[in-house]
Design a protein around this ligand. Structure first.
Ligand code: SF4
Length: 385
């Protein structure tokens, strides 16, 4: 038994020199050409997965997957017209407009999420933005953020568009990260949303970044876009002034009543390809396997983790769409030998350092203690922009 354990440990652990070599091969860089991203995306799948797995190991422990919980704190009645969303007031869906949830109920949900292993609590409000929601509602959300942050959880919010002042208030309240997805490529974007532009999205991201918040930004595939659009979306993300610390990759959930209700279901393997490419072009970011996970089998999810996904959303619902049950996730983690990731594992620190530095820096193995978690090493800015 002991010999087995030693053999397993030898296979699992990576020397600093090996990790350094991987970081040299998969550096954090923002000067990607579209053609480079495309050539990665088009690699034979197993080679791409292998490369994604290698890039993953350069910065993270591959057996750690963060569990996040997403709660819709203000559902439905949204003024935007995102063609995939059942919360838009423009479409006739099963989702009814509700008021902002009571603070006590949100806190209870956060406590339950923490008790079931989540280390990040994300709150979503179906607003065009904080300005349209009004002062009173925003203040209530700020209070929720402060109280959840005091539970020692990472707190993320997605409230639509924000300006710099609003982002700063979110930061002061204790928010860890702000989610604002670009959704798709700039070229395909007008086919998805007409009520706000791609440029509006980038402006919100800039405001979030300027306030010193961590950025959570990704997109959705399976909305009728081409492979070129998928490449273009990843290229936009990977060439932002700093990589988003968190990159959610969603598969469309074709909601009844929305313009995209008849979209053909996505081939699960497309998610694997997207995740692996995202992992390689933004190697030190958390890559989140997000909506649509409940349509994947265990083996397909395992392939996503192998390709570089290191975060999932747990809980029965993802805003208004169904998600994988918590006990199924526990069984999956146990089967794959995965562990939940502790909160504040480096992402927030990276955000600070990445905004302060602008040159690619490859870590010096001499300065890093052997046996440290990859997250700790990354947290010290070992691959900073
Ligand atoms: S995705 Fe967000 S902004 Fe778009 S309609 Fe739905 S709730 Fe509104």
């Amino acid at each position: 038994m002991a010999a087995n354990r030693v053999a397993r440990h030898a296979l699992q652990s990576m020397t600093q020199a090996e990790q350094h070599a991987l970081r040299v091969k998969y550096p954090v860089r923002r000067d990607w050409e579209v053609a480079e991203v495309r050539s990665l995306f088009e690699m034979p799948l197993l080679e791409l997965v292998y490369a994604g797995a290698s890039a993953h190991r350069a910065y993270f422990s591959p057996s750690q997957v963060q569990r996040c919980t997403l709660l819709s704190i203000k559902t439905g009645g949204c003024a935007e017209d995102c063609s995939y969303c059942s919360q838009s007031s423009k479409y006739k869906t099963d989702v009814k407009a509700e008021k902002l949830m009571d603070g006590a109920d949100v806190l209870e949900a956060a406590r339950n999420a923490k008790a079931s292993g989540s280390t990040r609590f994300c709150m979503g409000a179906a607003w065009r933005g904080v300005s349209s929601a009004g002062k009173n509602q925003f203040n209530r959300v700020l209070d929720m953020i402060s109280e959840i942050r005091a539970m020692d959880m990472e707190v993320c919010a997605t409230l639509g568009m924000v300006n710099e002042e609003q982002a700063s208030r979110l930061k002061q309240a204790g928010l860890t990260a702000y989610n604002h997805n670009i959704d798709t490529s700039e070229e395909y974007y007008p086919k998805v949303i007409s009520t706000r532009s791609f440029q509006d999205r980038l402006q919100t991201l800039q405001a979030v970044r300027s306030a010193g918040l961590s950025v959570c930004c990704g997109g959705i595939i399976g909305m009728g876009e081409t492979d070129d659009d998928r490449v273009s979306m990843l290229h936009t993300l990977a060439t932002l002034p700093a990589h988003p610390e968190s990159v959610p990759i969603n598969a469309l959930v074709a909601n009844k009543g929305t313009p995209f209700e008849d979209m053909k279901p996505l081939e699960p393997i497309s998610l694997v390809r997207m995740i692996a490419t995202a992992r390689i072009v933004m190697p030190a970011s958390m890559v989140r396997l997000s909506a649509g996970r409940n349509s994947l089998g265990s083996i397909e999810q395992a392939l996503c983790f192998l390709a570089g996904a290191n975060s999932i959303f747990t809980g029965d619902k993802l805003l208004t769409t169904p998600n994988v049950k918590i006990n199924e996730d526990e069984a999956l983690f146990s089967m794959l030998g995965l562990h939940g990731k502790k909160p504040f594992g480096g992402e927030a620190t990276q955000a600070k350092e990445w905004t302060e530095k602008s040159t690619v820096h490859i870590p010096d193995p001499e300065r890093q203690g052997l046996g440290e978690d990859n997250e700790k090493v990354a947290a010290r800015g070992s691959a900073t922009l």
